[in-house]
Ligand binder design. Structure first.
Ligand code: 13P
Length: 252
């Protein structure tokens, strides 16, 4: 059975103190609740180890938002997958459209990052998604299939089985414009079929596919009720505990 996951992506928000306060609040809010999904918080690098200490023993997992495509060495300013893993984080968001668009991350580079994440026992949350123009010209399925193929299809079945996929239509990120439940389901089913054709039905069935893009307390339940939507990757609404909690509880 694939996992249901609600993951927050804080992006470049929160000082260390603010991030710790948010993690503590979330941990306390979740303490006495029954929740039916895994919870992940994707923090800036410098927060990782402190946040990991705060949430230790709780239901919350910690993710980095990126990692380097090199193992170690003279790469000033970079953070390796092994460094991320050494903080207590156990996930890493890779291929986010903001990294692809603003930092020129290519499919080839992402392939290297995914491999290093896996070899350091981090679970990659691998993001795919089309821009508006691609959807309007009906290229969205081809675009997403290519993103999956170019960065993930050389993985062994065993390695691919560790990946979480996040479908984040770029036009829905931070815009308040969500994909409709039907649009999300249609793309998630397509992704699962693409994965089944490559890695087999069993692995595709067990892959968690998250939706991201203006997901919030008001629309999470409807989005997550689709058979192929296994949770969400949440930006803005993950920055406050009282906005994030109802998204987690959408699975109750
Ligand atoms: P928003 O939820 O702010 O639209 O961001 C989604 C996202 O990019 C998560 O990675």
């Amino acid at each position: 059975m694939r996992k249901k996951i609600v993951a927050g992506n804080w992006k470049m928000n929160k000082t260390l103190q603010e991030g710790l306060a948010l993690s503590k609040e979330l941990k306390e809010l979740l303490e006495n609740k029954t929740i039916n999904c895994e919870v992940v918080v994707g923090t800036p690098y410098i927060h990782l180890s402190e946040v990991a200490k705060v949430v230790e023993g709780s239901k919350i997992h910690v993710a980095a938002q990126n990692c380097a495509n090199k193992e170690s060495g003279a790469y000033t300013g970079e953070i390796s997958a092994s460094m991320v893993a050494s903080t207590g984080a156990d996930h890493v968001i890779l291929g986010h459209s903001e990294r692809r668009a603003y930092y020129n991350e290519t499919a080839e580079l992402l392939k290297e990052k995914v491999e290093l994440a896996l070899s350091n026992k981090l679970i990659p949350i691998f993001c795919v998604g089309e821009v508006l123009e691609e959807r309007e010209s009906e290229k969205h399925f081809d675009v997403v299939a290519k993103q999956l193929k170019d960065s993930l299809f050389e993985l062994s079945k065993e390695d691919f089985a560790k990946i979480v996929v996040a479908y984040e239509p770029v036009w829905a990120i931070g815009t308040g414009k969500t994909a409709s439940a039907d649009q999300a389901q249609e793309m998630h089913a397509f992704i699962r079929k693409t994965l089944a054709d490559k890695f087999g039905e069993e692995i595709a069935d067990n892959t968690s596919i998250l939706y991201g893009g203006s997901c919030n307390a008001g629309n999470a339940k409807e989005l997550f009720s689709n058979p192929d939507v296994d949770g969400g990757l949440i930006g803005g609404a993950s920055l406050e505990a009282d906005k994030f909690l109802p998204i987690i509880e959408a699975f109750n």
